[in-house]
Unconditional design. Structure first.
Length: 133
């Protein structure tokens, strides 16, 4: 199974107070099967980290260590689809473009989606995309 991870799942791995059994499950599947993310994930995760540095929630060293650990994981960063399907998905399901990019990638790869976002789960189900549970 290919697993498409969104940033809500990945962020749980960094912050001990953001525990979710689904994030733990995604970690296990990722270790066994590997995963994929849209290219915007790279920016989203770094934004989450720097914002939380500003809030005093983590230190710059924690960010560095987390990014080092993240880079060692079997996660493929997929190039954007020039066909524009993510925009159509965003419009159809009233999602942000960011969320639609994850769903579009799951559709293109016939992959399972791992997310904590309820609207994204609902849209994925209506598209017939498997959801990690």
């Amino acid at each position: 199974m290919t697993l498409v991870l969104d940033s809500s799942i990945t962020a749980c791995w960094c912050f001990p107070d953001e525990t979710a059994s689904l994030a733990d499950r995604a970690w296990e599947v990722l270790q066994q099967e590997g995963g994929a993310v849209p290219s915007l994930w790279w920016y989203e995760i770094r934004n989450v980290l720097v914002v939380n540095e500003r809030r005093g929630r983590i230190l710059a060293e924690d960010t560095r260590d987390f990014l080092t650990d993240l880079a060692a994981l079997p996660i493929e960063i997929a190039a954007p689809d020039p066909g524009g399907d993510a925009i159509r998905v965003a419009r159809r399901h009233r999602l942000t473009f960011y969320d639609a990019a994850y769903l579009d990638l799951a559709i293109r790869l016939n992959a399972t989606l791992a997310t904590l976002d309820k609207d994204l789960v609902k849209a994925a189900r209506s598209e017939g995309v498997k959801i990690l549970t």
